[in-house]
Design a protein around this ligand. Structure first.
Ligand SMILES: [Zn+2]
Length: 267
């Protein structure tokens, strides 16, 4: 690795980027395991991965991120059942998120932490979508790591502490408005704890940007589902699946987005 101290990518060679992408794809592969197992209470490390169709353990050479899916043409070697396209998608996103983290983070240590945070968000997107829950096992340690990461800079620690307070508090406010407007509970404490983690990593500005973008995207999708007749006012949307990608935007383009947000008021 030739990553410098000022920017992790200063003087980075193509081989460094390839390595980051490979590690990211492997983390994406692990994210697939977490997405499947964590909500079902299955150990993340003990059992070998199995084909969900024929229950056969998957050999290591059939479990290489992205490559195996391509070589097997998306089918199990033994029973020929289709492998859901989500698996290579999550692996590819893992590679892209790791590349984005090493491109945008202010230093190598932050780049590693940002990769972990971005991958945690990736897991949240799919678990909330599948099960309408956001596991505390991700958000609570995540908030702690985010606060510890703030000690490395460049953002001052109070920004992260305010991020936790404003993220969680802001989400409670959104939940209150939602209850007033929809006359039912739509957001849970899982969303509040998710915003605490996001605020710890992205600061209070990033937390605001995330709530704004996430609410906007969630409302647009809700309206689209209503008007297309594919949902009713009682359709529960996984709000975490909207907040988490919004937090990617806040993490990788937060300063720019915050500037655009302020320009709304200053003209
Ligand atoms: Zn199979």
């Amino acid at each position: 690795m030739t990553f410098g101290t000022m920017s992790p990518t200063a003087g980075a060679a193509p081989l460094d980027w390839l390595l980051v992408a490979l590690v990211g794809a492997s983390l994406g592969s692990f994210a697939n395991v977490v997405i499947h197992r964590l909500p079902r209470g299955i150990s993340l490390v003990r059992r070998r991965s199995r084909c969900p169709s024929c229950e056969q353990p998957i050999a290591w050479f059939d479990n290489v991120p992205l490559l195996s899916f391509a070589l097997l043409v998306g089918r199990c070697r033994r029973c020929r059942a289709r492998i859901p396209a989500r698996y290579p998608l999550v692996e590819a996103l893992g590679a892209l998120l790791a590349l984005a983290a090493f491109w945008r983070a202010p230093g190598p240590a932050q780049a590693v932490l940002w990769t972990g945070f971005a991958l945690a968000l990736l897991v949240v997107i799919f678990i909330d979508y599948d099960h309408r829950i956001i596991p505390d096992a991700i958000t609570l340690p995540g908030a702690g790591v985010g606060l510890a990461a703030a000690l490395l800079g460049p953002r001052p620690l109070p920004d992260a502490l305010w991020g936790v307070a404003l993220g969680a508090g802001g989400l409670l406010l959104v939940a209150w408005f939602y209850r007033l407007a929809a006359k039912r509970e739509g957001l849970g404490l899982g969303d509040v704890k998710l915003m605490a983690m996001i605020g710890a990593f992205c600061g209070w500005q990033g937390a605001l940007v995330t709530i704004l973008l996430g609410s906007l995207a969630g409302s647009l999708v809700g309206i689209a589902l209503l008007s297309s007749g594919r949902g009713t006012r009682r359709t529960a949307l996984p709000f975490g699946s909207f907040l988490a990608p919004a937090a990617w935007a806040a993490l990788f383009a937060g300063d720019w987005l915050w500037g655009q947000y302020l320009r709304l008021f200053t003209g």
